[in-house]
Design a protein around this ligand. Sequence first.
Ligand SMILES: [Zn+2]
Ligand SMILES: [Zn+2]
Length: 361
Amino acid sequence: MEELVGLRRSLHKHPEIAFHELETRAIIKAFVTERAGLFEPFYDGQCGLVFVKRCKDKPKKTVAFRAEMDGLPVKDEKKTDYASLNPGYCHSCGHDAHMAMLLSAMEKINDAELENELVCIFQAGEEVFGGAKYLMEKISNLSIDYLFGMHITPDMKAGSFSIAAGEMMASSYTAEVQLNLACSHVGQGADRLEIFNLLYEAANQFNNDTQLMKIPHIRDNGYYNVNASEITLCINIRSFLEKDWKSEIIKLVKRISDKAALNNATFKEISYYPILINTESATRKATEIIGKCGGNLVEAPRSYSSDDFAFYRNRIKETAYFFIGCYLGPEHQCHTASFDLDESCLAHGEGVIVELFNSTF
Ligand SMILES: [Zn+2]
Ligand SMILES: [Zn+2]
């Protein structure tokens, strides 16, 4: 357990942004070389690292597990000796814990008992940029039968897991819209609050039980006494519907421009993650193994979270994603500067991965 915690902390100290996970790759490679020698490297590049454990005899199934590698551009404000050494970046989504659990599980695999071929995926760029889509191409000639993914959640305590078959998490559509307006002196032009007021009204009309639009941040080129002429809205839509979200956003901007003095607007699509769907058979297997490991299992509610794990279902027949509790306190929420986790969850997660790899499918 101490070693597992140490591994998580060493990864935690080196958070890196999507597709720049260089130190992270080095830590993973060094660990696998020294401690998990049964695994051979299969892919090593900007999209991540993939290791394979071949079987001596014909494998019953090829079973894969995915951990993400990227951190977030969030300042780490923890006062711990394992806080981020990379200013302005933090592992505030727990991907450090995911990597540590998978690496430690790889070390514990016993070759003699193994009847499955194993694939361990360390994937770059999960946050926003859909790294799964690119890594999938790199491993297309591995015929993976089952893929599992696990994510920490501060919504449950360590020892608890949640999963659901079918649609579990929403799709996520990310785009930027730049509103172009006439530049003006603050004493003459219309207040930019007018635009934000219209946006707020439009978002309220758009949002309902099946679609949720948020504008997590806005950039502009204004100054204390200069009304901005460029306002860039960073838009994120979460939904359980399949729609042409680009047209929906364009319609919404049109509604605003009819009322405010917009010159025009430019649109840039950033990413789209599909709805995350767990297949029946993989969900059943994960449920069985979590139970066998003594985990407290609950039904996962459908949520407006999203994960690019959803892409793997395009290529792999059986996929399941589940949550592992890591609650430490109300102030330690994901994607925040004070995020941290109850490290006792790590041993639970590692145990489940080892059992999944050793299981008969
Ligand atoms: Zn995240
Ligand atoms: Zn995450």
